[in-house]
Structures are given as C-alpha cells and as structure tokens.
Write a protein that binds this ligand. Structure first.
Ligand code: BGP
Length: 470
C-alpha cells in the first residue's frame, strides 16, 4: 500500500531548539535560560542557528522532497515578556521565514507554544497562574491576525511533557518533583489555555485549521495477568495521556479519569485540583471545533504495581540502563523481555503508535484528522568524513517500522494525513543536550555546516515513491 498523494511528509523543529540568536531582535528570555545556566550542562546558544540559516535549511528540505515543516513561533520574539507591545523584529522574522517556506514548496505547520514560556511569566507561576493563560490567548490572537499566510495552527506542543516534567520528574524548569497536585492542575490549565485559543480562533473566523499536539506514550501492564500491573498502567495513562485526550478531544473528563486522578492525589496526600463547570463548558466548546490532533510518539511504557515512595532518575547521557521511574500511588516502569531499548532507555514499540491512533479514532471520534507530528530516533553520531554519507540505518529502520503502523492505520480507515520526522536537522535535546541527535541532516555545531545523512536520502525516496522500500 502507498501513502496518499496529498500526504504531508515533513521535518519537525521547535524555535528554542533550533533558532539560537537568543539575544537578537530584542527577544525575551525563556524559562530554560536561567535553568540551563544554573545546571551548567549545555548552552542553548547557538542551537543550529536556524534564525540565520533558515533559507539553507528550507532549501535542503525542498531539495530532499519534503513538502511541509513543523515550526514554532517563539512567544518571546513577539512579546519579550509575554505581553505588551509586539516586537517588530520578531514579526518580520517570521513573515520572512514563512515566505521562504512557500518559496521552497513547504507548508508550515505552526506551533504557538513549544516548551518556551517567557521567563517573566514562568516567574509568576507559569501555567498555574490563570493570568498567564489570558496572556497566552492574547499572543495567539495576535499571531492569528498577523500571520494570515498560515493554514495550519497548533496551540500547544506536548502539554503532558511540560506538566509532568515541570512538577513530577523535575527535568523541566522549575524542576519540582512529585508534586502531583501541581502536575494535574497544570494539565487542566493547559487544556483550558488550548480551549480558549481554539474558541477565539473560531470567534475571529480565522481561515485555516487548528489543532493540538500530544506526546502519547502508550502504557501497557508489565504482566497483563496481574491486576496490580493492569491498574498501575491505568494510573500512569491518566497522568501521561488521558487527562489531555479527554480534555482536548473529548471535551469532558470521564468519571474514570477523574477518579484515577483523585486516587493518585490521595495516595500522595495531595489536594484535589480545581475544575469549574464553566471551564468544562469551554473545553467542550473547543473540542467541538477542533480540526486535527497531532501525535508525537517515541516509545511505550510497561507498568508494574508499586507501593513505595517516588524515585526517578533521568537518563540524560545516553548510558543505557541508568534511568529509574517509580511513582508513589502509580507504579514502576519495567522492560519486558524482547523489547529493544534506545540508549536513553526508551522502549521501542511501533505497535504502541498504532494503538494510540486506534484509540483516538475509536474513543474520541469528534476529531477526524490525525498527523504524526513527531517520531524519530535519537543517536550519538560523529561527523561524517569528507565525501562520505553518515550511515544512520538504525534511524531508517526505526522510522520504517513506525511508518508501517501508520500505513496499517490508514488501511483500517484511520485518517492519518501526514508524518513529520523528529527532527529536520540535528539540534539540542531539552534534557540531553547536543549529543542526542535526531536529524535527517547532521549539523556540525562548530561550523554550522549541514550534511545529509543516509536517512535524508531514504526519506527523499519515500516522498517520491510514497512507498516503504523493502
Ligand atoms: C518531544 C519534544 C521535542 C523533542 C523530542 C525528543 O518531547 O516535543 O522538542 O525534544 O521530544 O525528545 P528528547 O529531546 O528528550 O530526546
């Protein structure tokens, strides 16, 4: 079977991970800058200097057959402190860059928020402060009206990753751990922020489509014959996926979702979160008007029953087997025999992608159109020798087995309309720095030179034949 002729094949990027130039154009600081400085692990500058090199990157994309790109607007290039007067340099930059996309035959899918909250708003409580939601909605409205050349808008990238990593695992700023109350409150507030933006988009009668992007980690019981493992999987699923799927696609939290969430909070002696009836009306209204959902999928989780205290260790170096994830009142992650792991301890399971697509199609039928907005494999890679092509066959294999699942889904009537590989070119990883590379194009971070990898050529062939090579 082939991919449809109008299928989008693209590369995914994010402003803070690619642009660099953090001090140019009067750009404001984002929450990562003081956080990374304090950690001293790596410098987000110059990233892959997309701010200056986008003409080259977009030309490469076009030359290698890509017809689309996922890109995000840095809120702090438009409003340096999150609100106030728009910064013309930022506005001009994005107009120019979008024009360059068109010149190369590339459709930009534009995300309004990709993990880069203005530091000024992070200081005042981030997504836990409702005033910041209002500022986000104002910023979104400005973008909708200013950038009328955009056809596909994405409200928020991976709200789940943000909330969980900010307040449960502590790997995102502010680095708080095991605060499930804040995690779930931030999750609900992110659903609300998304909903308010969608509702404004419709009120303003903006042409084009609007969607949201979720990181979905498919959660299975480690041993499906054990009741305790089955329940741990459900609890982890609520934390990682379900509150968002219910909130943004369903427009209401099911009784089971609420009771699983409250079970986690009670097991941690933490207060229930605040959800009002009028907020639920807003969520419902937005879910009725949503055009598409983006799925970011990398790995699955296998949960065991666990009754101890929380303990997590993040593998941020690529040393296999160095991570731990045990959450009080939820469960412990394990790896069943026969499941291959990446160097960063992510279990590879393409079936997990299919299962999420089917779940959305079946359980959340209001949203018909699905895009795979991120999928790919991080590897440690060395610069290729002159006249050589970096052999990243492992990445090709990973992408291929996941695309097979996408084809299977399409065959079974699930409307997947595009696939964006993470990532277009090498960039830094939020919690792993520059040594975890995902790109179709290798970037020498000293010279900023780009080198197409074997996967770029393979992907080009795919865009031409629309078929997975044997
Ligand atoms: C997603 C993010 C991306 C990217 C990717 C890879 O969660 O949307 O920005 O970073 O994951 O993850 P990592 O960099 O942790 O390997």
């Amino acid at each position: 079977m082939k991919f449809p002729t109008d299928f989008y094949f693209g590369g995914a990027t994010a402003a803070f991970q690619t642009e660099g130039a953090v001090k140019e154009g009067n750009k404001g600081e984002v929450l990562w800058e003081p956080f990374l400085k304090k950690q001293g692990r790596f410098d987000p500058e110059p990233a892959c200097d997309f701010y200056h090199r986008y003409p080259e990157d977009l030309k490469l994309s076009g030359d290698f057959g890509l017809n689309s790109i996922r890109i995000s607007i840095a809120w702090t290039r438009i409003f340096p402190t999150g609100s106030g007067q728009p910064e013309q340099a930022g506005v001009d930059y994005y107009h120019n860059m979008f024009a360059e996309c068109r010149k190369n035959g590339i459709e930009p899918f534009v995300t309004l928020h990709h993990f880069d909250t203005p530091e000024a708003l992070h200081q005042t409580g981030d997504w836990l402060n409702e005033e910041n939601i209002t500022k986000f909605v104002d910023y979104a409205k400005f973008c909708f009206q200013e950038f009328s050349e955009i056809n596909y808008w994405i409200t928020i990238n991976e709200p789940t990753s943000m909330a969980v990593q900010q307040y449960t695992t502590g790997t995102f700023p502010p680095g708080e751990k095991y605060n499930f109350h804040k995690t779930f409150q931030a999750e609900h507030n992110l659903n609300l922020a998304h909903a308010r933006v969608v509702n404004e988009f419709r009120k303003l009668q903006i042409s084009g489509q609007i969607g949201v992007v979720h990181a979905l980690q498919t959660v299975y019981p480690f041993d499906s014959t054990k009741k305790g493992d089955m329940h741990a999987a459900k609890l982890q699923d609520v934390l990682d996926n379900r509150l968002f799927l219910d909130g943004t696609l369903g427009g209401e939290y099911s009784q089971e979702t609420l009771s699983l969430m409250n079970e986690i909070l009670a097991a941690n002696d933490q207060a229930k979160i605040s959800i009002t009836d009028s907020e639920m009306v807003e969520l419902k209204q937005a879910s009725d008007q949503l055009d598409f959902v983006g799925v970011n999928y990398y790995f699955s989780k296998y949960m065991k029953e666990y009754h101890g205290i929380s303990e997590t260790i993040h593998n941020g170096t690529g040393k296999k087997g160095s991570s731990i994830s045990r959450l009080q009142g939820i469960g412990e992650s394990g790896v069943p025999d026969g499941i291959e792991m990446t160097d960063w301890d992510w279990p590879i399971n393409p079936q997990g992608l299919y299962d999420q697509l089917e779940r959305i199609h079946t359980n959340y039928p209001k949203v018909q159109d699905i895009y795979i907005t991120e999928n790919g494999l991080g590897l440690k890679e060395e610069k290729p020798a002159e006249n050589e092509i970096l052999d990243d066959s492992k990445r090709i294999d990973y992408i291929k087995i996941h695309l097979q699942e996408v084809l299977r889904a399409i065959e079974n009537g699930i409307n997947v309309k595009g696939y964006f590989v993470w990532s277009l070119q090498d960039m830094f990883s939020w919690t792993n720095g520059y040594s975890k590379r995902y790109g179709l194009f290798f970037v020498d971070f000293d010279t900023q030179k780009r080198y197409p990898k074997k996967s770029a050529y393979w992907f080009k062939e795919l865009t031409e034949t629309k078929e997975l090579s044997k």
